[in-house]
Structures are given as structure tokens and as C-alpha cells.
Design a binder for this molecule. Structure first.
Ligand code: MN
Length: 292
């Protein structure tokens, strides 16, 4: 098989706050090279790099807001987030947990730091990824998958190199617990110092990785520092990563592009402007349900 080379290494763009609880680097589509079109089926990648929140009496976060036409995937690395939605879904995402929410035909939700985390304060590190839904599934009823750290399937690498956690998709015959509408691979690679892992994805898939901890060496030739994102070329299938100097944690994502028109406006991602306007109208009419 052919090596998949790096197309671009991207340093974290200047952070901005989402509500008052999420200090994120907006990689997709904030960085010109990472447009929704190029990153299809991934629409947004917001990365809250490790950031200390002091103790507070008021929970920080984002109040009630709608979504329609895609899925939000939240991965908690440090800190805890509480979530509630208008379909009755909800819960707390603790360190190592993943929440996979299908907004589908319309949902209201709110996302706040969990009560104890708010009281005690602490380091917070999180990724929120938006995965687009194909046109035929944009009307799917809202759905909520809570995948706890214990439920995430783990592939132990040979020779004590570390562990690849499979959130979605498949890694060397280990299948992720998340159900997805299209082919999406989402892995957390925990590499020990010097530990190495190799990956293989189809050429047509959009493939990238985000270094969450440590520094890595890609394809034995290029060093990538913490909080940096690597976009891979489509050409080639195989690449390797290795932890340099210390343990490393890497989020690996690869998904099959939908290749459908993208009409994105705020919290709605549809296929045409007309559908987006309809979504605003439905939201204003109260068709997304009710959430206090
Ligand atoms: Mn949201």
C-alpha cells in the first residue's frame, strides 16, 4: 500500500469563546485550508486546548440553542460537561467519555460545565466535532449516544506501544461502539514514549489528526507538536505516528465525504439556502420542542 503524506500541518488558530465555558481553537472551518468542503463530512472541529477554569458559583457554558441536519460529537479529555436536550437526552460527559448527538430533523440543547467541576474549577480540555448527515438522513429523529470511557473499545498495540481507543469505525478488527450514518472513523491513540501506531484509510476519505498531548513523528519524518492539526493528502492509504520524548495522545479522524451541497448557517447545516430558511422558520415556530 502507498504512504499517505501530510498535506499541511496547522498550528492552533487564535482561540475564541463559545458561550463562557468553551475556549476553542476553530480549526474547521476557521482555517482557510480546512473549509467544510475540503473536510467533508466534518463540518466543524472546535478544540478547547487545556485551559484552567477557576472555581465558580455559576456554571459556565452555552444556553439553549438549536441544531439541525448533522451530528455533534463531544469528546471530553479533561473536565466534565453536563448536557440536556429537547428530546429528553442528557447526562454528564466525564473525562474519557464521548457524547454522540444526532440533531437530525431538529433539536434544542444546552451544554454547561458539570456542577462539581464548576465548584472546584480545574483544567478543561475538549473537542467538539460536527459530522454532516447525508440529505436523506437530515430528517432523522434526534438521537443521543452516550459512550462512557469504559464502553470505548480498545485495541492494545503490540510490543507495549500503547492503546488505540476506537470511538467510531474500525481499527484492526476492533469496532467502535458509536453507530454512524456514514463511514466515520474516530480514534484516540494513546502512545507510550517511543510508541508507534500505523493507520490505513481509503484514498477518497478525508483524513486528519489532532495532537492532544505530547509531540509526534508522522511517517518517520515530520515532527508535529501538541495542539497542532495534520491534514493528510487523499493520495495514499497508510501513515504512521510515533510518540517523541514523552507519552502522546492523538485524535485520528477519517470519514467518507458525502459530496452533497453544503448550506450552513449558524446551527443549521442543510443542502440548500431554502432548507436553511425553513429550519429557521421551524425553529421560530417551536417545532424543535421545548427546553427550559
Ligand atoms: Mn450545541
Amino acid at each position: 500500500m502507498k504512504t499517505k503524506n501530510i498535506e499541511k500541518i496547522i498550528k492552533p488558530p487564535a482561540p475564541h469563546f463559545v458561550g463562557n465555558g468553551f475556549r476553542v481553537h476553530g480549526f474547521i472551518p476557521g482555517v482557510p485550508e480546512l473549509s467544510m468542503r475540503r473536510m467533508d463530512p466534518f463540518l466543524i472541529l472546535d478544540y478547547n486546548s487545556t485551559y484552567y477554569f477557576p472555581p465558580s458559583d455559576e456554571p459556565r457554558g452555552v444556553g439553549v440553542h438549536p441544531h439541525k441536519g448533522f451530528e455533534t460529537v463531544t469528546l471530553a479529555y479533561k473536565g466534565s460537561v453536563a448536557h440536556h436536550d429537547s428530546s429528553g437526552g442528557g447526562g454528564v460527559i466525564h473525562e474519557g467519555d464521548v457524547q454522540w448527538m444526532t440533531a437530525g430533523n431538529g433539536i434544542l440543547h444546552k451544554e454547561y460545565h458539570e456542577e462539581n467541576f464548576t465548584k472546584n474549577g480545574g483544567d478543561f480540555q475538549m473537542v467538539q466535532l460536527w459530522v454532516n448527515l447525508p440529505a436523506k438522513d437530515k430528517t432523522h429523529p434526534p438521537k443521543y449516544q452516550s459512550i462512557t470511557a469504559e464502553e470505548i473499545k480498545k485495541h492494545i498495540l503490540d510490543n507495549d506501544n500503547g492503546v488505540v481507543e476506537v470511538v467510531a469505525g474500525e481499527y484492526k478488527n476492533t469496532k467502535g461502539a458509536a453507530s454512524t450514518f456514514t463511514s466515520v472513523n474516530l480514534f484516540n491513540a494513546n502512545l507510550k514514549k517511543g510508541g508507534k501506531a500505523d493507520f490505513s484509510f481509503p484514498e477518497e476519505f478525508t483524513t486528519a489528526l489532532l495532537v492532544l498531548e505530547g509531540e509526534i513523528l508522522v511517517n518517520n519524518k515530520k515532527n508535529v507538536k501538541t495542539d497542532h492539526l495534520v491534514l493528510f493528502e487523499n493520495e495514499g492509504e497508510d501513515f504512521s505516528i510515533q510518540a517523541v520524548n514523552e507519552n502522546a495522545l492523538v485524535l485520528v479522524l477519517s470519514g467518507k465525504p458525502l459530496r452533497e451541497p453544503i448550506a450552513a448557517h449558524g446551527p443549521f447545516v442543510m443542502n440548500s439556502k431554502k432548507e436553511v430558511l425553513q429550519a429557521f422558520e421551524d425553529f421560530n415556530m417551536g417545532k424543535f420542542g421545548y427546553l427550559e
